[in-house]
Design a protein around this ligand. Structure first.
Ligand code: GTP
Ligand code: MG
Length: 171
């Protein structure tokens, strides 16, 4: 009674997409800041929703650190993929990384829920969620539940909605 279920979530996405900013918003008592340092390696964070206590692995998105992502998937109960929806130039790179993730045995062989944040929706010219969905080829994912949620991590818009979906799929 009163004890919440725990879940481990691995948070990945290209450098600068907003992973740490999202987690800072979700973490209790942290003051939102525009000045976030790039994550080095990985950082472990904790936050909770109504029914679940999450342990989050906030991974560095820098190209030379992306190999570290693969090692975390085995412990993942859920995955959050953060896309900078203002970055059309690197949409194909983001898709390559997502595809690589989906090929990892720990991801491919389990129905791990996948939440995609189409982040930076506040930027002028940002891609709409449908465009992000198509660009990432999300419709092709048939073996696990997935959901795309537009977000603005700086204001916090969309984060709660996304986490509501994830919480429901981790229960
Ligand atoms: P790495 O740790 O390097 O992989 O990056 P990250 O994905 O953790 O990105 P981070 O949270 O450090 O954010 C990078 C920059 O984008 C920061 O200057 C943030 O303030 C900014 N940013 C994050 N989310 C948003 C958003 O929704 N809108 C806008 N306009 N800026 C954002
Ligand atoms: Mg970071």
């Amino acid at each position: 009674l009163g004890s919440k279920q725990s879940a481990t979530v691995v948070v990945v996405g290209l450098d600068g997409s907003g992973k740490t900013t999202i987690l800072n918003q979700l973490k209790p008592g942290s003051v939102p800041s525009y000045e976030v340092a790039p994550t080095v390696g990985l950082s472990v964070e904790e936050f909770e929703t109504d029914s679940i206590k999450f342990q989050a692995f906030d991974m560095s998105g820098e190209s030379r650190s992306r190999a570290l992502w693969d090692r975390q998937y085995a412990s993942a109960d859920a995955i959050i993929f953060v896309l900078d929806s203002g970055d059309r130039m690197r949409l194909a790179v983001a898709k390559d990384e997502l595809d690589h993730m989906l090929e990892q045995p720990a991801v491919a062989e389990r129905p791990v829920p996948l939440l995609v944040f189409a982040n930076k929706m506040d930027l002028r010219g940002a891609m709409e969620p449908v465009e992000c969905m198509a660009g990432l080829g999300l419709q092709g994912i048939t073996t696990k539940p997935w959901h795309i949620q537009a977000s603005d991590a700086r204001s916090g818009t969309g984060l709660e909605e996304g986490m509501r979906w994830l919480t429901a799929h981790c229960e």
